[in-house]
Design a protein around this ligand. Structure first.
Ligand code: ADP
Ligand code: MG
Length: 399
């Protein structure tokens, strides 16, 4: 395994992959697609469990993308196929799409996008879609948002809907929340839709305003590693809903619309007003993580990305001890990476598995990755997948 290549890991959709997607579309549907689009997965640098509290997040897009070859139809049929899933073409009637059917499997993601667009009054009259993705699934890297956003952008372009990137992200989120039935925030879709190369996306989830923050790690001799623990995260098990309800209870008790309104400098007094122990912990995490996003931006703006390392470590401790969404594998990545000389590390995404990120000086990237692999082997865990997070472009038309 090498972590020094530009895009090591599970491979990145390049020219060959795009040609394959168009070719596979033609083989399936009997004509060339009208176009080919791509949308990336993402990794979140800092700001976790803040996006349903009107707070701050700071994701970056990965080089890994979902690619879609798409043509319009005008007969009301939606035909869906994924190169990455067993089984044939799924054929649906766009007028009969109904939320939470449960039997659609993976097809609920693209079908949900068509449903959300139509529910918002946009004239999507049918489509043929063939998908292929290099975003690892269930690893906390948002393969689901990549799938939604690539479909949303393709349909927006083909049907001339004129929707903005944030509007497409919100509709994609609505597809996942209301149609698929996953209560995710809007960060993943915004990152996939709006990120640009060489930057992290500072997003204020209260009003979806955002700023592209330069994040040129190579220029500062640094590398950000993604470590996929291979432990499949399962957000549907009630833990996410419980944290969310706890945060809402905290906001109510403090008399604010959302925890975003609690200033970091008032955190001690605010915590003293909360009687429920778990709510106190959740509030402390959310308010301090918002503050960590602001500190990270200040450090990046000052050109001192290395100083973000300790902020990542603090963020991990907060997710582990206050929010309690980590797991032994994620904790071991952080511990082993830091012991081997990383600048800092934390779990990223929803937790309970999925991925961690490690900030490390370029010359130590190989040895830190090796130390994490060794620690996993020693603990009897499956070998992790490790690759560098190169800040990449958001969704785009490719052909
Ligand atoms: P994550 O977004 O963290 O990868 P999710 O559980 O939110 O994890 O989304 C994963 C789901 O998205 C998969 O179980 C599958 O239904 C769907 N999905 C992702 N990529 C593909 C793909 N290439 N083809 C078909 N379905 C996919
Ligand atoms: Mg997802």
């Amino acid at each position: 395994m090498s972590v020094t290549g530009e895009a090591a890991g599970r491979g990145v959709a390049g020219e060959a992959a795009r040609t394959d997607v168009a070719g596979a579309f033609e083989a399936l549907y009997g004509a060339a697609p009208e176009g080919v689009w791509a949308a990336p997965g993402r990794v979140n640098l800092i700001g976790e469990y803040t996006d349903f509290n009107d707070g701050f997040v700071m994701p970056l897009a990965l080089p890994h993308t979902a690619v879609a070859a798409v043509s319009r139809r005008d007969d009301g049929l939606l035909r869906l196929h994924s190169a990455d899933v067993e089984g044939g073409v799924v054929v649906l009637d766009v007028a009969a799409l109904a939320p939470l059917r449960g039997d659609l499997g993976w097809a609920a993601y693209p079908a949900g996008v068509v449903w959300a667009l139509r529910a918002a009054g946009h004239p999507v009259t049918g489509a043929d879609i063939h998908l292929a993705s290099t975003v690892p699934t269930g690893a906390g890297l948002s393969s689901s948002a990549a799938l939604e956003v690539v479909c949303a952008l393709a349909l927006n372009d083909l049907f001339g809907l004129g929707l903005s990137r944030p509007e497409l992200a919100v509709l994609a989120q609505r597809a996942e929340n209301a149609f698929v039935g996953v209560p995710c925030g809007v960060m993943d879709q915004m990152a996939s839709a709006c990120a640009i190369e060489g930057h992290a996306l500072f997003l204020d989830t209260r009003d979806l305003s955002y700023r592209q923050v330069p994040f040129d790690l190579a220029a500062q001799g640094l590398r950000l590693l993604v470590v996929d623990t291979r432990v499949k995260h399962a957000l549907g098990d009630g833990a996410y809903a419980e944290r969310r309800a706890g945060c809402e209870a905290g906001a109510r008790a403090l008399g604010v619309r959302s925890l975003r309104e609690v200033p970091y400098v008032q955190l001690p007094e605010s915590l003293a007003r909360l009687s429920e122990e778990s709510v106190r912990r959740y509030v402390r995490h959310v308010v301090s993580d918002n503050h960590r996003v602001e500190r990270t931006i200040a450090l990046l703006d000052a050109g001192d990305a290395a100083a973000v390392g300790p902020v990542l470590n603090e963020g991990h401790a907060s997710l582990r001890d206050d929010l309690r969404v980590s797991c032994p594998e994620l904790d071991l990545v952080v511990e082993a990476a830091n012991a081997a000389g990383a600048l800092g590390a934390r779990m990223t995404g929803g937790g309970f598995g999925g991925s961690a990120i490690v900030l490390v000086a370029e010359e130590r990237a190989e040895s830190v990755a090796a130390a994490v692999e060794k620690a996993f082997a020693g603990a009897g865990f499956a070998a992790p997948g490790i690759f560098p997070a190169v800040p990449s472009a958001g969704a785009r038309r490719e052909a």
